[in-house]
Write a protein that binds this ligand. Structure first.
Ligand code: BG6
Length: 456
């Protein structure tokens, strides 16, 4: 890996504090970056370098549900030598000239730009980066850009964002990030399916009764009201993370394990998913309206469920039930494949109790014939620290590997599927549900995510 400067727009954002700064620490601690590098954090807040260092130290020491480990002073000092702060007005061309000067002074070969800002700022940032001459790769060095979901807020605005990015960057410079694709447990679905093959012949409508996809969280929106209340749960996790879970669990075997072939199969699934807005159920947890930065009469949903189906020969007729939400009974992210006429369920558990398990019937030991449910299970060993999705994706992007990033067609297919759901939700009032429940009632007899396997 050649030396690089990483510019993070939005270094004081919630995303940077919860994910990016701890991830940089972990990358340094784990020795995952084998080249010289610097990070320029760009933010609106006026701060000098020593105030910025204190901000970083405080952020590292503020535990969140992703990063709870202790901080080693030596590693922290190494990280701080690499971090620089640039206070900037993102709408002012002068800020981009200052940024350019700083990048030039650091003298690294390559440039990675990370947008951790509100999506509404993307177009301004791209235009200004271009005017400052900060968007082009040369023969022997690269410039790349990483942007977070959501790209746009519907199909047409996503197309506008994509048109704008592709005006200034070539597709091989663009890394559209949905961090679910960087999760070890999600990537393992592909290895499990295509590296084994024993269950693959059963992945058809002949054998599968239905599929359930769940992303439930037992906590609320925290301090993210201003973002969340403009989006709601469908846009927050449905349009992206949950659709990606469906894609990996149902896609056809790629012709080869290359970035293009894998992306092509994911996109094929997304383009063949049939949206059924009439199945949509939305809910809002009790107390949402008094959360910080939430409109007092907001009708944004914090829960949704819907039914979809794949219009392909293999899966036609298999209902896929999807749900996601905040302040539900338990945090559990999984895909459950329920087989016909049998007690068998194949579960890809993304988190917690990560693993891949098959629910089976066994005989209870004893002198009578009594059956009990058991799990044949692959679980990650307890002493293995799974790399965080952001760590994996940042390293992939530095290496130029786009396998687990979204291309323009993928983003378009996700919005083409989601737009009708968003339209439907605007005509609905979300049902209020109690915190800690499984959300509003719908017609689906959901399996409760089990805690009986891969337990810690
Ligand atoms: C983010 C959403 O993209 O994903 C959050 O904005 C959600 O609302 C989070 O909590 C879930 O990610 P993870 O990695 O904790 O499952």
């Amino acid at each position: 890996m050649d030396s690089f400067t990483l510019v993070i727009f939005g270094i004081t954002s919630n995303l940077a504090q919860i994910k990016l700064i701890p991830t940089l620490y972990d990358l340094v601690a784990g020795g995952a970056i084998d080249s010289d590098f610097s990070v320029i954090g760009v933010g609106r807040t006026p701060m000098d370098q020593s105030q910025f260092n204190s901000f970083i130290s405080k952020t590292l020491r503020t535990p969140n549900r992703h990063h709870t480990h202790s901080i080693d002073g030596k590693i922290e000092s190494t990280l701080l030598t690499k971090l620089h702060y640039l206070p900037a007005d993102l709408t002012d061309p002068k800020s981009y000239e200052q940024l350019k000067n700083k990048i030039t002074t650091l003298r690294h070969k390559n440039l990675m730009i990370y947008l951790a800002t509100f999506p509404s700022l993307y177009s301004t940032i791209f235009n200004e980066l271009h005017s400052a001459g900060l968007t082009t790769s040369s023969v022997d060095s690269w410039t790349r850009v990483m942007i977070e979901k959501p790209i746009g807020s519907d199909r047409s605005s996503a197309a506008e964002v994509n048109n704008l990015i592709t005006k200034y960057f070539k597709e091989n410079q663009i890394f559209r990030l949905d961090h679910y694709l960087g999760k070890e447990t999600l990537q393992n679905i592909l290895t499990f399916r295509f590296g084994n093959g024993i269950l693959e012949p059963l992945m058809t409508s002949e054998h599968i009764d239905h599929i359930e996809v769940t992303a439930s969280e037992d906590f609320g929106i925290g301090s993210r009201g201003s973002y969340y209340d403009q989006n709601g749960a469908i846009k927050d996790v449905g349009q992206n993370h949950l659709l990606q879970m469906i894609a990996l669990a149902t896609m056809d075997k790629p012709t080869e394990m290359s970035s293009e072939a894998i992306t092509k199969e994911r996109v094929k699934v997304l383009q063949n998913l049939v949206c059924d807005p009439s199945s949509l159920v939305t809910g809002q947890y009790e107390g949402y309206l008094t959360e910080k930065d939430v409109a007092p009469n907001s009708t944004e949903e914090t829960y949704f469920s819907f039914k979809t189906m794949l219009n392909t020969d293999r899966f036609r007729g298999v209902p896929i039930y999807v749900r996601g939400g905040k302040f539900l009974a338990r945090t559990a992210t999984e895909v459950a494949i329920i087989f016909k006429d049998s007690p068998n369920v194949l579960i890809y558990r993304i988190q917690p109790n990560e693993g891949i398990v098959l629910k089976i019937m066994t005989k209870k030991p004893g002198h009578t014939l009594e059956l009990e449910e058991s799990y044949m299970q692959f679980c990650y060993p307890h002493d293995v620290d799974l790399p965080d999705a952001y760590e994996k994706l940042i390293i992939d992007a530095l290496r130029g590997d786009q396998t687990y990033f979204n291309d323009t067609n993928e983003v378009d297919a996700q919005w083409a599927f989601t737009d009708p759901l968003i339209e439907a939700k605007h005509g609905m009032t979300p049902a209020i549900y109690a915190k800690g429940s499984w959300g509003p009632k719908d017609d689906i007899n959901w399996l409760e995510p089990s805690t009986a396997f891969c337990s810690i």
